[in-house]
Structure formats: C-alpha cells, structure tokens
Design a protein around this ligand. Structure first.
Ligand SMILES: NC(=O)c1ccc[n+]([C@@H]2O[C@H](COP(=O)([O-])OP(=O)(O)OC[C@H]3O[C@@H](n4cnc5c(N)ncnc54)[C@H](O)[C@@H]3O)[C@@H](O)[C@H]2O)c1
Ligand SMILES: N[C@@H](CCC=O)C(=O)O
Length: 528
C-alpha cells in the first residue's frame, strides 16, 4: 500500500489517512457485500477440508447479516491438520532459509495486494473501524516481513563459535538454531490477522510447519491470511488452518503429542490453563503466551493535557476497549484532575458509535452478546461504586438495534479497593482516579497481576522515572496518538511482563524469532 499511495499505514499514522484509502475501502466493501454468506472450508494439506458440523459467522454490528458459514472442527480435524504439518516438516525445515524467507515475503505482498478486502472483512467480522481494520492487515504483512528481516540479520542463525584449544586437533564449533517441528498458533478475536499471521510467519520462516486455530468469532479474517500464504506458494501442509471451538478442537490440538510448540494469544485465564495442560506432556515444550492487560496511564501536573486527553481517549475506546493494550486505568495528579476530566468528556462526546464500515465512525460494536452483557454488568456495578464522567449505557435503539453497541464510558470515584481496578474488562470502560503525587500513581499502576503497556504524560525527567519504575513491556510517554495502544513491529515490539506474557521477549522485536528455534551446537574434530 505504501508504494501505491505514498502513505505508510501504522497505528500512529492512521488518524490522518489520504482520501484514496477511503475510495479503495468503499470499492472493496461493495465487492465483499455481494459475496456474503458463502461456506468456507478449513485448509489442510493445501486443500479445503469440510466437517460434518458447521457454524455461522455473523456481524456484531448487525446480527442478521451472515458473513459466512464455517466448519466446526473437532479432534478428527485436529489430527488431520497436525498429520499434514508433520509430514511437511522434514522438507520445509530443510528448505534453505533464504527460500523460506522469499516465500513469506511473497505472502506479505499478497496481504498488501488484498489489504482492502481483508480490512473490509475485519470491519464486518470484528467491528473494527476502517483504519483499525486496515491497520491490522498492514501489521500482519509487516510482522511477517520483520521476521524475514531478523532471519537475514541473523544469517539464518548459524554462528561460528570458538575453536577448542587442543594441541594436534582442529576442533570447530558451530551454533545452529533449528526449528522445533509442528507449531500451533491459537489466536484471539480482536486481532485475527496480525495475531494469526504474525506468530505463524515467525514460526514458518524459522522452519517449523504450522497449524493455526483462530477464535470462533473471527474465522473469516484469519482464513484470508492463510489463503495469502497458500497463494504465495507455501507447499501443502506447511500452513494449515482449522476452525472450531477452543475447548474441543483447540484442546485436541494442544493434547496432540506431535505438536512441538505453541503460541497462544488470548486471555490470562485460558492461557494459564494451556500452560498447565501443555506441561502434562512427556517433556517441556515451548509455550509462548501473549495474555491480557490492565493498562494504566499516569498524568502529571506538568502534562500537556490536550495530548493526554487525546492519547487516553484513543487508547480507552479504540476497538471499543477490546485491545489487550487498552487503557483501563487513568491516574491523574490532583491539580490537573478537573481540567483533564473536562477534556476527556469533550473528546469522548465527539466519538461516533455506529456501523464500523462507515467513514467517520470511530467505534463499532463489541464482539458479542456476551461482551455487551459484560459491559452492562460492569457498568451497573461501577455506577453503584462511583460516578460516570461519560457513558454507562448499552445502545439499543434505532441503528443500534441489531448489533452489540455500548457507549464509551469513563467512571470516577470508584474506591481503589474495588475489584474492577484489577480485572481486565475488555469493553469500552475505563476508571479514572485522582492521586496526590506520582509515587502514589506508580504504586497503584504496578499493583496489578498484569504488566503489558503503560502510558505517561509529564516532563521528560518524570517520564524517565516512569520508564524506570513501571512494570510493563511496552511503555509510552507524551504520545497523543495513544497513551497505551498502537505498537507497530520494528518500532514498538509488543509483549508483556507478569501475567501479560510468558517469554519476556516482544513480538516484532529483536529477540522474538529465536523463540521458534532450539539451539544445536556442532563440534567437528579433525586430527591434524
Ligand atoms: N498480549 C497480547 O498480545 C494480546 C493480544 C490480543 C488479545 N489479547 C488478550 O486476548 C483476550 C481476548 O481474546 P479472546 O476473547 O479471543 O480470548 P480467549 O482466551 O477467550 O480465546 C483465545 C483463543 O483461545 C481459544 N481457546 C479457548 N479455550 C481454549 C482451550 N481450552 N484450548 C485451546 N484453545 C482455547 C479460543 O477459541 C481462541 O482462539 C484478552 O484477554 C486480551 O487481552 C492479548
Ligand atoms: N498491537 C496492538 C495490541 C494488540 C492487542 O490486542 C496495540 O499495540 O495496541
């Protein structure tokens, strides 16, 4: 897209897109609407695979719209997919890494070629607004390219080590990072492309073969990424795509003895269960967990309040608060509390809730009836504990009647002992509190099981202290584009501390790709 439009789309630049992006999005929307409701298979061994049971994929903005019909896979399909990946592994892992990288770059190019169709699918299926949807697709391509770049930068991860100081022998040592085997990628509903294609791309360029299982709420978007990989020429069985419930299909995949490693992105609750279940195998296999967040933003008395209000509003309500990186706790120094609250009210009032495919709509629906119910229950509980600065209600009238819409909601005066200061809500609700000083703010910010992202507004010296003391994997200071959201591969590698992630290395960053390989050190001795 960059070449065609002269515009590099990232989550930082998406607020001011060129006109051509809207025109292309409209064309793709019309094309896609004409084809809704088709049946899609799973992709196993390069072919469509159909199951006996099916499920409908409906739009959360209008539940009368059936986007597609998908296969409800179970243990049988899990076995077929793992068998295909296992069979493809010997050849793929021995394919020279430069060839693997070239094929994956082609897959990234296919994503770019189809970015508007993929973006439209995500707007319809996830409820992302136009730019968030295009951003997810563009990020997928960039994550794959970034893994290719790291493979090249590491020279395929073959490194000469020291020679043993042996008299009469030449003893050469070489370290080689090698793929594990069949890698499972389980992805969440909110980034169905980037969090399917990103980990799959890393696993594949490293030489693993892959089975991907997306969330049942968003199979269509993920399938479009698997199709890009297939159409780029990845050999049959190298990438396999299966759909079905987490507790049957997902569990059967995790329990499969031929699965060598897994990347799971999703909730802490399910992720911790996977961690424990995977440990039941006969040896320790790698598990990369990317989990939830309870991300704080701290605002100092020295902050630029317009930047702070802009960044906080975008991070609380982008994708309807359904980002792991969403800002859900705002801690404000007392002298600027009222002025910031006024700005937050004014900015939130300008958000447009509606059909996410429409230009000008900033917030679409939440993903499901269950998410809307969560919103209603959290809002009721918080309304009793504190007071609403904005919002508090689900939207059900008129154009909202057939979807899962909620008002962007900020709640003040909730006691810091309330359980929802620590629980990830994953709906458009954030809590706001007044603090006496930055030490108190930092102590509250760190008092959570999570440590994914965090934001700060204030002086440079204060920001340095914030960076030093905050317990989180991705941290931002003075950023109007988003206080806690908007990471981009190669710019802000993404990952969490504590209950937010297991590897301590961020995706789209320098140290991520080696997680998909184990080391073999080769010593070759020759008598002189
Ligand atoms: N840290 C990150 O990078 C990151 C990114 C996006 C989302 N998330 C987190 O993801 C969550 C939201 O996504 P979600 O609602 O789709 O999460 P989820 O945990 O409900 O589901 C994630 C995936 O796990 C599957 N699954 C569920 N139970 C399973 C089981 N027993 N065995 C195998 N698979 C199973 C689901 O089908 C889905 O594909 C939030 O907590 C959010 O913070 C984290
Ligand atoms: N890449 C996203 C987070 C993905 C999680 O949901 C961001 O940086 O906001």
């Amino acid at each position: 897209m960059a070449a065609e439009t002269g515009f590099r789309l990232t989550y930082s630049t998406m607020f001011d897109p060129p006109e051509v992006l809207h025109a292309r999005f409209e064309e793709a929307l019309a094309r896609t609407r004409a084809r809704l409701g088709r049946e899609y298979g799973m992709l196993v061994n390069g072919k469509d695979l159909f199951a006996v049971d099916k499920f409908e994929d409906r739009s959360p903005a209008d539940t009368e719209v059936i986007l597609g019909v998908f296969q409800k896979g179970g243990p049988r399909e899990a076995h077929a997919a793992v068998a295909a990946a296992r069979e493809a592994f010997p050849k793929w892992s021995r394919t020279p890494w430069r060839e693997r990288a070239a094929l994956l770059r082609k897959a990234a190019d296919r994503i770019d070629d189809r970015i508007f169709d993929i973006g439209v699918a995500m707007a319809l299926e996830v409820g992302k607004n136009r730019m968030e949807a295009l951003g997810d697709a563009a990020e997928t391509a960039d994550l794959i390219r970034y893994s290719c770049e790291r493979m090249e930068a590491g020279n395929g991860f073959v490194a000469e080590m020291g020679r043993d100081p042996l008299q009469g022998f030449d003893s050469r040592n070489v370290s080689v990072l090698r793929p594990y085997g069949v890698w499972l990628v389980i992805s969440p509903f909110n980034y169905p492309c980037a969090l399917t294609g990103g980990p799959a791309g890393a696993a594949l360029v490293a030489g693993n073969t892959v089975v991907v299982k997306p969330a049942s709420l968003t199979p269509w978007s993920a399938r479009l990424i698997a199709e890009c990989m297939r159409d780029a020429g990845l050999p049959p069985g190298v990438i396999n795509f299966v759909t079905g419930p987490g507790d049957t299909l997902g569990q059967a995949l995790l329990d499969h003895p031929d699965v060598a490693g897994v990347t799971f992105t999703g909730s802490k609750e399910v992720g911790m269960g996977i961690w424990r279940a995977f440990a039941r195998g006969p040896w320790v296999r790698p598990v990369i967990l990317e989990l939830g967040g309870k991300n704080p933003t701290i605002v100092s008395r020295n902050a630029d309040l317009d930047d702070a209000a802009s960044g906080i509003t975008r991070s609380c309500f982008g994708l309807q608060g359904q980002k792991c990186s969403a800002c859900s706790r705002v801690l404000v120094e007392a002298p600027v509390y009222n002025a910031l609250a006024d700005r937050l009210r004014a900015m939130t009032a300008k958000l447009v809730v509606g059909d996410p495919t429409e230009r000008g709509v900033t917030m679409g629906p939440v993903i499901s009836e269950g998410a809307q119910r969560d919103f209603r229950n959290f809002a009721r509980e918080l309304g009793q504990a504190g007071s609403f600065l904005t919002g508090g209600e689900v939207l059900t009238e008129g154009r909202y009647a057939r979807g899962y819409f909620c008002a962007p909601t900020l709640v003040a005066d909730v006691p810091l002992t309330h359980r929802l200061w620590k629980t990830e809500m994953f709906v458009p609700i954030a809590l706001v509190a007044k603090v006496d000083n930055l030490n108190e703010a930092m102590q509250i910010a760190n008092d959570a099981d999570y440590g994914l992202t965090a934001g700060f507004y204030g002086s440079r010296e204060e920001a340095d202290r914030f960076f030093d003391g905050i317990q989180a994997g991705v941290v931002y200071a003075n950023r109007p584009q988003g206080s806690t959201t908007g990471a981009w591969p190669g710019f802000q590698p993404f990952g969490g501390w504590k209950g937010s992630g297991s590897s301590g290395k961020n995706a789209g960053g320098l140290y991520y790709l080696p997680l998909y390989m184990h080391e073999q050190v080769r010593t070759m001795v020759r008598r002189l």
